[in-house]
Design a protein. Structure first.
Length: 585
């Protein structure tokens, strides 16, 4: 009995133990299951999140990757894709006197020794100035635009205070060419002066800076214009020069030059601001744009505009009519010519010989209101139309022109405008009579602005004849490039001063267009205060200094701009040539 009890107790204990183990195993399995379920939920959530972020961020990541490959500032090119301004990474040489933790003793070597070592790497370095910077103990730039190989040489000096931070540099591959068109980028990365300033937001826009911005200029024409202007300026000891080549049908500026120029790669403080003595001498900084910002009385170049206005109004109909060419008295003033041209002149003779007196009489018959409105229609009363920020305000005679003012404006006195004003006006005079704003942006085919009509097409046709006659028979002979059918007008105006006009200071200008049988381009060449030298036969007038510049320039730019010389063609002047006694070609 006792044995059976023991046996039963042992069996009961075994069953209870097995039951407890099974219960523990079930609990463990349940816990594992819950852990697996929780892990699966977390893993699924993570996978879903990763997938969501991947798909939602793909555009942002692609954009960021693309932006990393783009230059920090967009590229400028000429109309044919020639690079004019590019950004690239470069190093700068920065002096940090706190690099060693002891500003009182920032260098291992002496400042003189460090400066000498730097001068061996950078031959143009000013040693004395560098020593002063190192001794001053202030953080400062010692040099910008350090090439990688030179950066390695600087590091070999072993001075921790000489740091080489990586920066973005703006490079102008053409040097100073087109400087007044392009402008420059300052140390803060902001465009200044030229199209760098105008297009600054566009050039730094991450979504746009991968696409180069083509300008209207042709660097081949730009180089030729600067070259000929510089030669003319140096040959006559002029203080400055300006020129422009303008497409008469679109308003595109093919070339624009102002001399003296500056180098946008190395802009100096004196290029931007003059000393008091330089200001007193009447000098202007090299960054000053004489084409768009400086206003001048451009003299006799206005005479064709006056004649065109009179033809358009019907005041001039008979080109054989002979006008009184003797001195003209208006109140207490007298209008005269530079020399005796005859007692009577017709319209072709007036322009060919550049008569002030006859032009004034034609303007008097036209009337001040019509003359004034023509000048307004040609944009002469407002700042010149172009994208550049530097645009000079003309010296405008006002709303009511007395008789004398109307007469003086007719031959380019009493009104001061920029050479760009004149170029746009001449374009309207020869292109069929439509004025269009000038632009430095490339205009796509068929996208030229409509413009506004100023002259009748018949008036424009007649003016093309008259301008050609000036180059063949008159004061513009030195601009007549064989085969290019150049037409234009000289202008030699005394500069105003404190006591009136200064007879020894002239602005000499030649305003031209070619080819006159089908005008494509206007060319303006201007010299500021040229001197009579051997090169100009000791003459200071435009016929001897500005006109020859155009005569040399046109054969250089014509072929590259699509105008080839053709000796077999010319504009028909047969109905006007008989009005010139003894005219022979």
């Amino acid at each position: 009995m006792n044995t059976m009890a023991v046996s039963t107790a042992m069996t009961s204990g075994s069953v209870h133990l097995v039951s407890a183990r099974q219960q523990s195993l079930s609990v463990a399995q349940l816990r594992v299951l819950w852990v697996a379920i929780i892990f699966a939920i977390v893993a699924a959530a993570a996978i879903l999140r990763i997938g969501y972020l991947g798909f939602s961020d793909v555009g942002t990541r692609a954009t960021s990757f693309a932006e990393a490959l783009l230059p920090p500032r967009g590229e400028l090119t000429d109309r044919h894709g020639v690079p004019l301004a590019r950004a690239f990474p470069a190093y700068a040489l920065w002096y940090n006197p706190k690099a060693l933790g002891d500003p009182a003793d920032p260098l291992v070597k002496s400042p003189q020794e460090v400066a000498q070592r730097l001068a061996q790497i950078f031959p143009g370095l000013d040693v004395d100035r560098t020593v002063r910077k190192l001794e001053a103990g202030r953080a400062t730039y010692l040099r910008r635009r350090v090439m990688p190989e030179d950066a390695n040489k600087v590091q070999s000096i072993g001075e921790l205070a000489l740091e080489l931070p990586e920066e973005t540099d703006r490079h102008y591959p053409q040097g100073s060419m087109g400087a007044h068109v392009l402008g420059y980028v300052n140390n803060e990365g902001q465009g200044r002066v030229g199209m760098e300033q105008v297009l600054n937001d566009r050039l730094v826009d991450a979504s746009l800076r991968g696409e180069p911005v083509p300008l209207s200029i042709d660097m081949r024409a730009q180089g030729a214009l600067e070259d000929e202007l510089r030669a003319g300026m140096l040959a006559t000891n002029a203080k400055g020069a300006a020129g422009i080549v303008l497409d008469v049908d679109t308003g595109e500026v093919m070339a624009l030059a102002s001399l003296p120029e500056f180098d946008p790669n190395k802009v100096r403080s004196e290029d931007l601001v003059l000393s008091e003595e330089q200001v007193k001498r009447g000098e202007t900084p090299a960054s000053f744009n004489r084409v768009t910002n400086q206003v001048y009385e451009l003299g006799s170049t206005f005479k064709p505009l006056t004649v065109a206005a009179a033809i358009d109004a019907g005041t001039v109909r008979d080109f054989g009519r002979r006008y009184n060419a003797r001195p003209l008295e208006v109140g207490r003033f007298e209008i005269t010519d530079s020399h005796f041209l005859g007692n009577h002149l017709n319209v072709p003779e007036t322009l060919i010989h550049s008569s002030n007196t006859v032009t004034a009489r034609i303007a008097d018959e036209l009337g001040a209101e019509k003359m004034r409105q023509t000048m307004i229609d040609l944009g002469m009363s407002e700042r010149p139309y172009i994208e550049l920020p530097a645009r000079g305000h003309p010296i405008w005679p006002g709303n009511n022109w007395p008789r004398l003012r109307n007469m003086t404006v007719s031959y380019g006195h009493g009104i001061a405008v920029t050479p760009l004003h004149l170029a746009s006006a001449y374009a309207a005079m020869v292109n069929g009579g439509v004025w269009r704003p000038a632009t430095l942006r490339k205009v796509e085919a068929g996208a030229a602005p409509k413009g506004r009509r100023v002259f009748k097409a018949s008036t424009s046709s007649r003016m093309r004849q008259l301008l050609r006659m000036i180059a063949v028979y008159g004061t513009g002979k030195n601009a007549d490039a064989p085969g290019f059918r150049v037409g234009g007008k000289t202008g030699s105006a005394e500069k105003p001063g404190s006591g009136g006009y200064r007879k020894t200071s002239l602005v000499s200008t030649f305003a031209a267009a070619f080819p006159m049988d089908k005008p494509r381009y206007v060319v303006i060449a201007m010299l500021d205060e040229p001197k009579g030298t051997t090169a100009s036969s000791f003459q200071r007038t435009a016929a001897w200094n500005a006109a020859p510049i155009v005569g040399r320039l046109v054969p250089r730019i014509g072929p590259v701009l699509g105008v080839r010389p053709d000796m077999s063609r010319d504009i028909d002047m047969s109905d006007l040539e008989p009005l010139l006694p003894g005219a022979r070609r």
